[in-house]
Each structure stands twice: as structure tokens, then as C-alpha cells.
Design a protein around this ligand. Structure first.
Ligand code: ZN
Length: 290
């Protein structure tokens, strides 16, 4: 059995199924989400210095000494969603929630779902006791989480993990334990290769007209698309760190200048749903719910 190397962990939200509302559909057909295509724009709420790309180049390990930029950037993300009337899931660091309770309040007040992005952005495979991650899915389930969205089955990527359960790259939602769903990052096939297409640097590196075509194609094929974004990706004014390896520099900073416009047109075109509501309305519920 393979060790899960889940990193940039997004263990989702604790049980507490919302009322699915008027769009509720009772069942999933043929292993695919039923009903209308669902574009799930999700946001990892962390500051620029939490990002893995810059971590090794930071001048200090004390986050309180670094310029805080997350509040302004996250409010801008919320403004864009409010403008187009889209609802989303926000994976918030515990560290951020303690420091900026007003930000979390606005996320909730505007109808979005709050989920966990861990407490301090630790990479689980770097924890002293890797045993913790060995049966991560069991840990998550017993802690009361009912979904997780950390998995990237693109093997060439050094940072995203695999889980000790068979997950096919094209299955948007997989029940890895009874009542625990893994929502993997969406990939789009380009010829024989499955290319990560779900957001982050990929959204910034792929030209928008090409990117949106991939999203539309995937939605048509599976009815489901996971997109993720970080508030710092909108921030073209963030001070660049010196002496960063070139590949990390590209991943960290490429395309930021166009993100405000492109995020807006992406959610305007495809809308967005909260993960919990999309799961419930496709007939998936946690066994311990209700
Ligand atoms: Zn993160």
C-alpha cells in the first residue's frame, strides 16, 4: 500500500450538511454527479509567505515579521464573488482565522463555506511522525471530516499527493472511506497526457482562452470541475524575494497581473458552487450526518 503524501492539505469541512436548496437532486447517475455541471471555485486562504514556492527563500521564519497582505487580497476575492453572485468554499488556515476573525466572518456572512487548510500550512509528509499521515483518510473520517480535496494524481508534480486508495484520474469524486469523499484536482487530457488544470500556477501559466476551453470541455464530460486559487495570486505588487530558484520564481509570480480580470471572467462564465452543497445535491452525504 502506498504512503499518502498529501500536502497543501485541504481536509474540507466538518459534518454539517446544509439544506441543499431548490437545486437539490437526489441521486448520482453512473458514478458521475447528477444534474447541472458544477464548477467549484475554491480558495486557499493563506498569506504570501505560507506558499510553498517562497518558503525556502523567506528572510525569516517568523511570520509576524513579514508584511501581511492576505486581508486585502482575500477581500478582493470576496468582492469578485459578490459581484458575480457566486458561492464558494474557502479553505482557511487556522493561523489566519485567529488573526483575522473579521475576514472569516465576511466569508460566512456572504454565504460561502469555510473549510480547513490545516492550522499552519505544514506539509504532512514533513511532519516528524509520518505515521500520522499513513492512515490519513481514517484520521480525517474519525475527526469528523466528510470530504478532502488535496489529491493531485499528476505524478510529475513533486508536491501533491497520492492516497492509499485507488483513485482514477477521471473520477471527480471518490468515496475513499464510508462517508469520506476525495475530490481530486481536475486534469484535462491534452493528447496522451493528463495536464493539471485546476488552478494555481496552471491557471496563471495557461493563456485564458485555452484555459477556459479546457474547463468547458471537462464540465461537459464529467459535470464537475475543481478550481483552486490563492489570494496572493491576485497581488502583482507583492515584493519579489531575491535569490529564488528560477522554476519556483515562475510558479510563484507568473501571470499575476492578469489574475483579477481572469478570475472575474472565469466565475462569471462558469459560476461557482460550495463543495458541501454540490456533494449533497449530487446525492452524496456523510454517513454520520443527519
Ligand atoms: Zn496552501
Amino acid at each position: 500500500m502506498e504512503k499518502p503524501t498529501k500536502t497543501d492539505a485541504r481536509p474540507g469541512a466538518l459534518n454539517g450538511i446544509p439544506d441543499a436548496g431548490p437545486g437539490k437532486e437526489p441521486s448520482a447517475r453512473g458514478g458521475q454527479p447528477a444534474g447541472l455541471p458544477r464548477f467549484l471555485a475554491t480558495f486557499d486562504i493563506e498569506d504570501w509567505f505560507h506558499a510553498e514556492n517562497v518558503r525556502s527563500s523567506l528572510p525569516t521564519a517568523d511570520w509576524d515579521e513579514l508584511e501581511a497582505r492576505v486581508e486585502r487580497n482575500a477581500h478582493e476575492v470576496l468582492d469578485i464573488l459578490a459581484e458575480v453572485g457566486a458561492r464558494s468554499t474557502f479553505f482557511v488556515l487556522g493561523w489566519i482565522a485567529r488573526k483575522y476573525p473579521g475576514l472569516v466572518r465576511r466569508i460566512v456572512d456572504e454565504g460561502h463555506e469555510v473549510a480547513s487548510h490545516t492550522d499552519r500550512h505544514l506539509r504532512l509528509d514533513m511532519l516528524p511522525s509520518f505515521e500520522l499521515a499513513r492512515d490519513l483518510a481514517d484520521c480525517l473520517a474519525s475527526a469528523g471530516y466528510w470530504y478532502d480535496s488535496s489529491l493531485f494524481s499528476f505524478k510529475a508534480h513533486d508536491r501533491y499527493g497520492r492516497i492509499s486508495a485507488p483513485v482514477k484520474p477521471d473520477d471527480p469524486v471518490v468515496e475513499v472511506r464510508p462517508g469520506l469523499f476525495e475530490l481530486q484536482m481536475t486534469q484535462v487530457r491534452v493528447g496522451p497526457i493528463a495536464v493539471p488544470w485546476s488552478g494555481g500556477a496552471y491557471f496563471r501559466l495557461i493563456p485564458y482562452p485555452v484555459y477556459r476551453r479546457g474547463v468547458a470541455r471537462k464540465l461537459q464530460a464529467t459535470g464537475w470541475f475543481m478550481f483552486y486559487f490563492h489570494p496572493w495570486e491576485l497581488d502583482a505588487e507583492e515584493k519579489r524575494l531575491p535569490r529564488m530558484p528560477r522554476s519556483l520564481k515562475l510558479r510563484a509570480y507568473a501571470g499575476r497581473g492578469r489574475m483579477r480580470k481572469d478570475l472575474r471572467r472565469l466565475v462569471r462564465e462558469f459560476g461557482s458552487s460550495r463543495i458541501d452543497e454540490a456533494l449533497v445535491s449530487s446525492g452524496r452525504t456523510s454517513q454520520t450526518a443527519g
